[in-house]
Design a protein around this ligand. Structure first.
Ligand SMILES: [Zn+2]
Length: 169
């Protein structure tokens, strides 16, 4: 997957400002809703990201599977992919700029927690990222979103996503 993300997009002359929407699986009801712990979608709005998320996974992120656990996913946004993944990658936190720094943090050093580069993280097979460049080309958005997600799940070694869903809920 490409990690070279440019946040000011020009499509057919329109400059589109995008953000990274982070969907963190809260395992409501005791199980993961997709094979990934975190899914990141680059989109100009949360509505757009949610609609792509639903088309790909067949899950509504704000659905509550179990009342005591709460929402299926926690949704947040950030300015860039390196910032949106900074916590998960155990990056150092700069308290002055309030930004993650692409380097091993104190916690990682003290506890031997692994710091991951963005590229290693994206290629770990444990997270999913949908770049703007990919979906903006889709003509039949829902069909293509579903097919794309199925192909990535397969490539990451989880087999067929629809089959995975049957056996993991
Ligand atoms: Zn519960």
């Amino acid at each position: 997957m490409s990690v070279n993300v440019n946040y000011s997009k020009s499509t057919k002359g329109i400059v589109m400002q995008t953000q990274i929407y982070r969907f963190f699986d809260l395992h409501s009801g005791g199980y993961g809703k997709t094979p990934y712990s975190h899914l990141y979608i680059e989109a100009p709005s949360e509505e757009m990201a949610t609609s792509l998320f639903q088309a790909m996974t067949g899950c509504y992120p704000y659905h509550v599977t179990c009342e005591c656990c709460g929402k299926d996913f926690s949704v947040s946004d950030d300015v860039s992919l390196d910032q949106a993944t900074g916590f998960e990658r155990n990056c150092a936190w700069d308290k002055y700029t309030e930004m993650y720094v692409d380097d091993e943090g104190d916690l990682a050093k003290a506890y031997g927690i692994e710091y991951m580069t963005l590229s290693d993280f994206l290629n770990s097979g444990k997270v999913f990222f949908l770049p703007y460049e990919t979906w903006i080309e889709w003509e039949f958005q829902d069909d293509q979103a579903r097919a794309y997600f199925d192909a990535v799940v397969q490539a990451d070694g989880y087999g067929s996503y629809r089959h995975w869903m049957k056996h993991n809920s």
